[in-house]
Design a protein around this ligand. Structure first.
Ligand code: AMP
Length: 418
């Protein structure tokens, strides 16, 4: 046996229903909020993420599945969707072709991380992006969409956290204050933080090392260093959320792991998930489109981890099997009529199954039980002679004879609960 690669996983029946539910809910919400789907390649030029995600990020420095292809080109499996969506937006001038650039995508991402519960090397994201819209109401709409997703999935114990990391104008002042406040404590922080202090000091807030926490807790807060436009923007985002009754908490440490964020950042945390508790995260990235060679357009979005959404679903959600019919044929003639009925049921949109090998009625009924059939339709010699079919309601055990011509609509009615 050749096992699956560490950090990857198969999604099997029993679990796949939950994935389908999450995907269905995500797509339906996107439709309601006016987001259109696009799908981009899983493989991209390495440079797209070096530039987009950022040279100094852990993702680019340590986690990319990057390699030289047979043509000598440096390529990588995508570690996140945003740079790819920006690339597609620019490459196809989507600004001109779409009525509003509000897009979403669903698919696998790849990061060479240490696998644990809720963290994998191939994982899946539901990703939403809006380009070219600056109003704080857009930030609030994106957060509302994220919040509505969690509500629609009935994930109860979750918390929305919010921050603003400012812009190119005010961030330098905050970084200076941060380094000044660190002062003599800097050498006492972990090696990663020492490196972060040089390359991207904000990232120090991401540090999870226990011993560093008391020092980090004393550091200044980005919201106290916002310039006037950033402060006004952030106040408006919060006012919208308050007005809509969406509960949020300010989190000074929410700077997020990627380089491109400006102004609003947010995450939704799931309290049942353990260490990897971020269900989704996102924010504004007003310089990224231009940095990647596009027009000077703002952007905002979020990515939700599908595995984590599935893990956080309440017990019993998405495991209900689809109601099905099972057709039992007895004897050669019965079997041949049963096969005909099976096809008619499927054509009428009913999920229906049958035992293909010629077996006795008991074996066939047992199979119907295993498949959790809601209804069994029995066609034997007696039924053929009378021109009807025996319909057995598997929940109540009740049986009735139904005229052959009526059996398909009667079964469809029963399965749809009318
Ligand atoms: P990020 O792109 O790092 O902001 O991540 C956005 C979301 O993707 C997170 O909130 C997680 O839900 C999910 N995610 C990120 N990395 C992983 C991973 N290695 N395994 C599973 N889910 C992940």
């Amino acid at each position: 046996m050749i096992p699956a690669i560490r950090g990857t996983h198969d999604i099997l029946p029993g679990e796949i229903e939950k994935w389908q539910l999450v995907e269905r809910v995500a797509r339906a919400l996107c439709e309601r909020y006016g987001y259109v789907e696009i799908r981009t390649p899983i493989i991209e030029r390495e440079e797209l993420f070096a530039k987009g995600t950022g040279e100094t990020t852990d993702i680019v420095q340590k986690e990319m599945y990057a390699f030289t292809d047979k043509g000598g080109e440096r390529v990588t499996l995508r570690p996140e969707a945003t740079p790819s969506l920006v690339r597609a937006y620019v490459e196809h001038s989507l600004e001109q072709t779409l009525p509003a650039t509000k897009i979403f995508t669903l698919g696998p991402m790849f990061r060479y991380e240490r696998p644990q519960k809720g963290r994998y090397r191939q994982f899946h994201q539901f990703d939403v992006e809006v380009f070219g819209m600056n109003d704080p109401a857009v930030d609030a709409e994106v957060i509302d969409l994220a919040w509505s997703l969690i509500q629609a999935l009935q994930i109860a114990q979750s918390e929305l956290v919010l921050n603003s990391v400012g812009c190119a104008n005010c961030r330098p002042r905050f970084q200076e204050a941060l380094l000044a406040a660190l002062g003599e404590d800097l050498p006492r922080l972990c090696q990663d933080c020492q490196r972060r202090a040089k390359t991207n000091p904000l990232r120090i807030y991401d540090c999870k090392v226990e011993a560093d926490q008391p020092i980090i807790d004393r550091l200044p807060h980005s919201v106290d260093y916002l310039c006037e436009p950033c402060a006004t923007h952030f106040a408006a985002v919060r006012a919208h959320l308050d007005g809509w009754g969406i509960p949020w908490k300010l989190s000074h440490r929410l700077v997020r792991g990627l380089d491109y964020y400006t102004r609003t950042t947010f995450e939704i945390l799931g309290q049942t998930l353990g260490a990897q508790n971020a269900l989704l995260g996102g924010g504004r990235y007003d310089g990224l489109v231009k940095d990647l060679g596009g027009p000077d357009r703002t952007g905002i979005g979020f990515a939700a981890g599908m595995e984590r959404l599935v893990l956080a679903l309440p017990e019993g959600v998405g495991v209900e099997p689809a109601p099905r019919a099972f057709v039992v044929g007895i004897g050669d003639d019965g079997r041949s009529e049963a096969l005909k009925l099976l096809r008619e049921l499927r054509q009428a949109g009913v999920a229906a199954q049958m035992e293909f090998e010629a077996r006795g009625i008991r074996a066939q009924m047992k199979r119907a039980d295993r498949l959790a059939a809601r209804v069994t339709l029995i066609v034997g010699g007696d039924e053929l002679a009378r021109g009807d079919v025996t319909l057995r309601d598997m929940r109540t055990g009740e049986q009735q004879s139904i005229a052959r011509g009526e059996v398909v609509p009667a079964t469809a009615r029963l399965l749809s609960g009318t």
